[in-house]
Design a binder for this molecule. Structure first.
Ligand SMILES: [Zn+2]
Length: 145
């Protein structure tokens, strides 16, 4: 184990120098230095991983789900909407392009129907054309043509 090696390595190096075995001491010291640098590198990697996680958590706190799409609260303003599928799958916010009656994701081509004021917003527009096996409600396959 590296920890054990560290704990004993310094003492061993000291002993070697005390006993006049300078060349062996130098070799051991070099090994310890390499290990130290590797630990520093690992530490930096862990730090940046931690930052990434913190950013993801921070984003998750500011993201709002309206039952269909995501919105981002940024300094009191609501930005979006963003694609539900892309965020849930990849953790990235992809802006939806507005097409009047629906929004479209340019990344995964998902279509999000815009709710009509006179109708219940949860109703699908074309129930007959909805592809089977859809697990995500309110998510329609892009119609070709
Ligand atoms: Zn998408």
């Amino acid at each position: 184990m590296a920890d054990v090696f560290h704990a004993t390595g310094f003492k061993r190096t000291l002993d070697l120098f005390k006993n006049g075995r300078f060349e062996e001491g130098e070799i051991l010291l070099k090994t310890l230095q390499d290990e130290y640098l590797a630990v520093c590198e690992e530490n930096e990697a862990l730090k940046s991983q931690l930052n990434e996680v913190a950013e993801v958590l921070d984003l998750a706190e500011r993201v709002e789900y309206d039952g269909q799409k995501y919105w981002l609260n940024e300094d009191g303003t609501r930005k979006g909407p963003f694609c539900q599928l892309c965020y849930d799958r990849d953790g990235i916010l992809v802006h939806l392009q507005s097409h009047g009656t629906h929004w479209e994701c340019q990344s995964c081509n998902s279509i999000f129907m815009a709710p009509k004021p006179s109708r219940k917003p949860t109703k699908l527009e074309t129930p007959g054309k909805v592809a089977p096996k859809k697990t995500i409600p309110l998510f329609l396959e892009r119609e070709l043509g």
